[in-house]
Design a binder for this molecule. Structure first.
Ligand code: SF4
Length: 352
């Protein structure tokens, strides 16, 4: 476990070293990685699992990512766009229920220009003053990110999807730029957002090498949040007949990310819950500490389909708080609605 020791001591590993950690299951068995990652999570955040209320407010998107059901070329996707009043009302209801983080997620929808999104963020902040707002609305200009931050947005999720530029070009059309995506992430960090990167595991053309590049990139960017889920195909996309990513490998990568970034906020994603019936708890057992129950109005929820079979009920339903809390408690966790901001902990402050 010498490589693990070095990561825990704060060393940045090379791509070759990450490759060993990803591939050498004999030297670094899954179970040992999961146990170590869980114990690190427990030391930083305890057994608390932060619940973020997710509002999927627009399914329109100008982009054409090959893996996504919301891509603009998917003429079969049912499109919807919540009104500002509907979004505010979802947040107000969620606030009354106790939620203290709202994640506003959508495609890159031209309708939501700054002159619409900035006032919305401001209004949510006014009506839910103790809540953190996380935005997940894709690539925008520095000026836009700045205006949204000044309006009160606290966090921003923008998965990099892959840190290998060639791989990126195989997942996206030519009008999408790897350099711009990475530039956006660095801008978000500079503007003081708690910034979330992340990637799909097992996406087409991915390999252990591309994952090793992801780990090198994450160690360098040091995002406050990292979203990791298995690739799940959507039938109406160019990758519709590709194989789903491995749940086991996803869990292994969650553990490695926790070990590399001890205080990161790591969701046990809906994709994981969709791919495996016990995926959400398995994600927590591998070191994750966030879940994102959905409070989008139910009539629209089933239209926001990034991939096939997306789970929208049970532990993914924000209106089923009692059920979510009970399920977490049975698994040895304590669900909490508090803001759950990133805690900055230097590796040297802890003996892991
Ligand atoms: S992944 Fe995001 S940017 Fe790409 S098509 Fe889907 S919603 Fe749009």
């Amino acid at each position: 476990m010498d490589l693990i020791r070095r990561v825990l001591d704060g060393a940045s590993l090379s791509k070759t070293e990450w490759l060993s950690l990803i591939c050498d299951e004999e030297a670094y068995p899954d179970i040992a990685l999961h146990e170590l990652a869980s114990s690190i999570r427990d030391k930083v955040y305890g057994r608390r699992v932060f619940l973020r209320a997710l509002v999927e407010f627009t399914s329109y998107c100008r982009n054409d990512c090959y893996y996504c059901g919301l891509r603009r070329s998917n003429g079969l996707a049912e499109r919807y766009r919540l009104t500002p009043d509907e979004i505010l009302s979802a947040c107000s209801d969620g606030y009354a229920a106790g939620f203290r983080t709202f994640v506003l997620q959508g495609g890159e929808d031209a309708y939501w220009r700054d002159d619409r999104l900035v006032p919305l963020v401001r209004m949510i902040k006014q009506s839910c003053p103790e809540a953190a707002i996380t935005l997940s609305v894709g690539e925008r200009s520095r000026e836009s990110y700045r205006a949204l931050r000044e309006a009160g947005a606290d966090r921003y999720l923008l998965r990099h999807e892959t840190a290998d530029s060639v791989h990126y070009s195989l997942l996206h059309p030519a009008d999408m730029s790897f350099g711009n995506r990475i530039g956006c992430l660095r801008t978000l960090k500079e503007l003081g957002y708690q910034t979330g990167a992340g990637m799909m595991i097992g996406s087409p053309h991915s390999s252990a090498e591309t994952l090793a590049s992801d780990m090198v990139f994450l160690q360098s960017l040091k995002p406050e949040m990292v979203g990791i889920g298995p690739f799940i195909p959507h039938r109406d996309t160019p990758f519709g007949s590709e194989r789903m990513g491995s749940v086991e490998l996803t869990l292994r990568i969650i553990s490695l990310v926790r070990i590399a970034l001890p205080s990161a906020l790591i969701p046990s994603t809906t994709a994981l819950a969709t791919a495996s019936s016990d995926g959400q708890i398995a994600g927590l057992d591998a070191g994750a500490n966030v879940i994102m129950p959905n409070i989008t109005p139910v009539r629209e929820r089933k239209k926001y389909l990034l991939y096939d079979g997306k789970k929208i009920t049970g532990e993914e339903d924000g209106y089923n708080l009692a059920g979510i809390m009970e399920r977490l408690s049975l698994a040895g966790y304590e669900g909490t609605l508090e803001r759950g901001d990133f805690i900055s902990v230097a590796a040297s402050q802890h003996s892991w």
